[in-house]
Design a protein around this ligand. Structure first.
Ligand SMILES: Nc1ncnc2c1ncn2[C@@H]1O[C@H](COP(=O)(O)OP(=O)(O)O)[C@@H](O)[C@H]1O
Ligand SMILES: [Mg+2]
Length: 386
């Protein structure tokens, strides 16, 4: 069996005792990297430089003790398996330590069970972390869902007065015809210009409201034929603030079949991928940087969408992990690590596929395969919507 790596923080003053602990852990199948500390200050420094997989503390040290060490770890909100090893002490001391939340308490003359005890605590800590992450993700998706609802109702409320505003502006500017270039010949030129500016602003508001509706998720379950280019354009407009000072956008659209899906989730997928692409490109570059959006028809059954960037690329060893929830290489406040996890789930739900190809230092391509709506009435009549 291969030894599993273990980053151990050992709080122990006796070299000999430390060696015994290490020997037991190696016997238990661990490849231990150990830092040994004896004082509170040294412990603080070591905690600063973590991460640690486990902490083992001698119960009584000349200048420090295990329970004080444990409360330091707890104060930092760290959930690291913490085991106490000690010589002769009473049962009530052990009970008190366990009550305080220490994970296990072992006697120095019975260290045979140290390996299995550490293994168990590592498993439990991993489970706790997993549970915590799931809970956070649930909370977040709840919040996103209610934000979406709120946005949808705001957009809806804005639509009616906006429609009337635009109709009136168009009437003043263009009293005779419904469509065509706006003119208001009876008004002085500056006033005409002011009204035309108002009309442009209203058009802009209408586009923003339309984009918000794309991203609010009220009709998630409904699927219909979608113009993938319209959704892409809407996402490009939303991502514009992230993109324009880093890269130019190149559109290479050649797909023609409508895809089967729903605008809100698909728009969110494109937006996440575009923002990631922008964030992979450093600001203030000198060489020309590019984000290229490509669509292609794949037979009648699929549309392929690719989002290329000329950013920093993804190291091969990370390419599997980037889709994991909470995996991020970005500083807190910039990245949550949820973007790609959400993308993958949404694309799965649409019956599509999402993958990545990347070369370090050269750029990245995220590619999607989306089923078209053609099959619904096409030769395979047995196709049913899920
Ligand atoms: N286009 C890209 N170029 C380089 N790295 C990327 C790209 N897209 C995603 N990544 C990497 O994948 C990680 C996870 O992305 P994501 O799930 O969207 O979370 P976040 O953007 O919040 O970090 C990013 O932190 C980054 O390291
Ligand atoms: Mg992201």
């Amino acid at each position: 069996m291969m030894a599993s790596p273990l980053r151990l923080l050992l709080i122990e003053d006796f070299e000999d005792d430390a060696l015994i602990v290490l020997r037991e852990l190696r016997r238990g199948g661990y490849d231990v990297t150990c830092t040994r500390v004896e004082t509170a200050e040294a412990l603080e420094r070591a905690l600063d430089t973590g991460p640690w997989d486990a902490i083992i503390a001698d119960y009584a040290l000349p200048r420090f003790d295990a329970l004080a060490a444990f409360s330091l770890v707890q104060k930092r909100g760290l959930d690291i398996p913490f085991l106490i090893v000690s010589g002769q002490i009473g049962e009530d001391t052990a009970v008190a330590a366990m009550r305080a939340g220490v994970h296990d308490f072992l006697l120095k003359d019975r260290l045979g069970r140290l390996g299995p005890a550490v293994a168990r605590e590592l498993r439990e800590a991993a489970l706790r972390t997993e549970r915590r992450k799931m809970q956070e993700q649930l909370l977040l998706s709840d919040r996103l869902a209610s934000l979406g609802l709120l946005a949808a109702s705001v957009a809806h409320e804005i639509n009616n007065p906006l429609a009337s505003l635009m109709a009136n502006l168009e009437f003043v500017l263009n009293p005779d015809e419904g469509d065509g270039p706006v003119q208001a010949s009876s008004l002085p030129a500056e006033q005409q210009q002011a009204l035309r500016d108002c009309h442009l602003c209203a058009v802009r508001i209408r586009d923003i409201v339309r984009d918000i509706k794309v991203f609010s998720r009220t009709d998630d379950k409904q699927r219909g034929p979608l113009d993938v280019h319209r959704v892409l354009d809407s996402s490009l407009r939303m991502a514009w603030n992230h993109i324009f000072h880093r890269a130019r956008i190149v559109k290479d659209y050649a797909a023609h079949a409508p895809v089967l899906g729903n605008e809100a989730p698909l728009g969110q997928v494109f937006l996440n991928l575009l923002v990631n692409a922008a964030q992979a490109i450093p600001e203030g570059h000198t060489t020309p940087q590019e984000i290229r959006v490509v669509t292609r028809q794949e037979g009648t059954s699929h549309v392929r969408v690719e989002i290329h960037d000329t950013g920093r690329g993804i190291p091969p060893e990370l390419q599997d992990r980037i889709f994991d929830p909470f995996f991020t290489t970005k500083p807190a406040g910039v990245g949550t690590g949820l973007g790609l996890a959400i993308c993958r789930r949404l694309v799965d739900e649409l019956g599509g596929e999402l993958g990545v190809k990347s070369a370090l230092g050269q750029g990245t391509v995220f590619h999607l395969r989306l089923p078209t709506a053609h099959d619904v009435n096409g030769p395979r009549n047995s196709f049913t919507q899920g």
